[in-house]
Ligand binder design. Structure first.
Ligand SMILES: *Cc1c(COP(=O)(O)O)cnc(C)c1O
Length: 455
């Protein structure tokens, strides 16, 4: 960290100390604490376009995009103006309003879902979708995949990815809770299979299929690093529908990111239900679940499955979501530009790593990308176990070097980065320049001698 001086993080350090005194670990969501990469988490003061500015006034090219929502870039004028406009009329009604109807019409039109229900987070969306699936099928079990993350509801904190990507070493089928506080009795209702392993899923469904209410999956995994599904695996997922289990695509990360109709549109999926979050709220707290009308009609007050929310359909959040999705829809070139930028970033990282002799294996699809620090061919990391073989020490050192050079990469080996429409050639060149130096430093004795992950 050649350019790093204490004064550059003084305010973040002071805020982090204050935060730790009043908040567990000093953060309101675990990965923000930089625990797996070391160093001081930067407290962010403002964000515009492709950039974050921290409390010490340092500016960074941002590749987190608030973990997905900011596909248009930060503080996009259309979103800001829509929220400001909505703000004049009050912040919450506790009664239905026009914007909820408009966003539901837009989401159903873009995704092909019959009906949709808004929540305030992705976690609420997946949790509720599972309850509906259980209510509709009158079955108890669900199936998820090792290293997939679906938010922090009890039954989904089983072999989960994202901030929980450690120690997932138990035998498959054993449903080990990923978190203290999840009763094993809850975890036992969640069966776990291996991502991209069609035979394992077929076997599990042959044994337990009649008890399975739903199979929930990330159609492209972002929460174990980026993992791309094989066509054979997608075919096996669709086979579960033959036995009456519902297929639930968790598009909280991929929805409206991989295409206007999400991974579902891009990969030709036919889920019974889907879950959304992140982009659908344009940076405000929104989640949603929806799909087949006959299934969604089980939701209260139409049907017997209860689900509610004081702030669900909040007018400011609906305004931000509407502005984001409308902007995406009226700029059909946006996904092509994201693709071009991110594929050039991937190619650049591959050749810089090769030049400097640092082994990485890049997975990329659309504007999602992970460089796994391990010596296997690009594109060959297909599941949690393979992702977990990465050199997280090397990743951490690389991350800290990038940060010291003004590039804010995702602070974990097991996350995707997110490119936004505000990233241009200038940011791409700055990123590759910093990456070149970070790869080179990775092989220098100075770094390996002095830089470890700090406690
Ligand atoms: C982020 C995420 C969630 C959880 O959404 P929150 O809004 O953080 O509760 C669920 N599923 C996937 C795939 C996600 O990426």
């Amino acid at each position: 960290m050649t350019t790093q001086t204490p004064s550059k993080t003084a305010r973040s350090e002071a805020l982090f100390a204050r935060a730790r005194a009043v908040t567990p670990g000093g953060v309101n969501s675990p990965v923000r604490a930089f625990k797996s990469v070391g160093g001081t988490p930067r407290f962010i003061r403002e964000a515009h376009g492709a950039y974050l500015t921290d409390a010490d006034g340092e500016r960074f090219v941002d590749y987190i995009g608030s973990w997905g929502p900011m596909i248009l870039g930060h503080n996009h004028p259309a979103v800001r103006e829509a929220v400001a406009d909505a703000l004049q009329f009050g912040t919450s009604f506790g009664a239905p309003g026009e914007r909820e109807v408009e966003l539901a019409e837009l989401v159903t039109r873009l995704t092909g879902a019959g009906k949709v229900r808004f929540t305030s987070s992705g976690t609420e969306a997946t949790m509720s979708a599972l309850r509906v699936a259980r209510g509709f099928t009158d079955r108890k079990l669900i199936v998820k995949f090792r290293g997939n993350y679906h938010g922090h509801a009890d039954g989904l904190l089983v072999e989960a990815g994202s901030g929980l990507m450690t120690n997932l070493d138990g035998p498959l089928g054993e449903s080990a809770p990923s978190s203290a506080g999840v009763p094993p009795e809850y975890a036992a209702l969640t069966l776990v299979s291996e991502y991209n392993d069609p035979a394992a899923l077929d076997t599990l469904m042959a044994e337990r299929g009649p008890e399975v209410a739903a199979v929930i999956f990330e159609p492209v995994v972002g929460n174990a690093g980026v993992l791309i599904p094989t066509p054979e695996f997608l075919a096996a997922l669709h086979r579960v529908q033959n036995g009456g289990a519902l297929l639930i695509a968790d598009e909280v990360m991929t929805g409206f990111r991989l295409s206007l109709s999400g991974a579902t549109g891009l990969l030709g999926l036919r889920p019974d239900l889907s879950c959304w979050g992140k982009i659908i709220g344009g940076g405000l707290p929104v989640g949603a679940y929806g799909g087949r009308s006959d299934v969604m009609d089980f939701v209260s007050p139409q049907g017997p499955v209860y689900q509610a929310g004081t702030l669900s359909g909040n007018p400011l959040a609906m305004a931000a979501g509407l502005a984001t999705l409308r902007t995406l829809e009226t700029d059909p070139g946006v996904y092509g530009r994201l693709e071009t930028y991110t594929s050039r970033l991937a190619d650049g990282l591959k050749s810089l790593a090769a030049e400097t002799g640092v082994p990485i294996s890049v997975n990329r699809i659309g504007s999602m990308l992970t460089p796994f620090f391990q010596d296997v061919p690009h594109g060959s990391v297909r599941n949690y176990a393979q992702a977990a073989r990465s050199d997280t020490q090397a990743f951490g050192a690389w991350f800290r070097e990038l940060l010291s050079r003004g590039i804010y990469w995702a602070p974990s080996q097991f996350e995707s980065i997110f490119v936004s429409a505000a990233h241009t050639d200038a940011e791409l060149n700055a990123t590759l320049e910093a990456a070149r130096a970070a790869f080179a430093d990775l092989n220098s004795p100075r770094l390996s001698a002095h830089e470890g992950v700090s406690p």
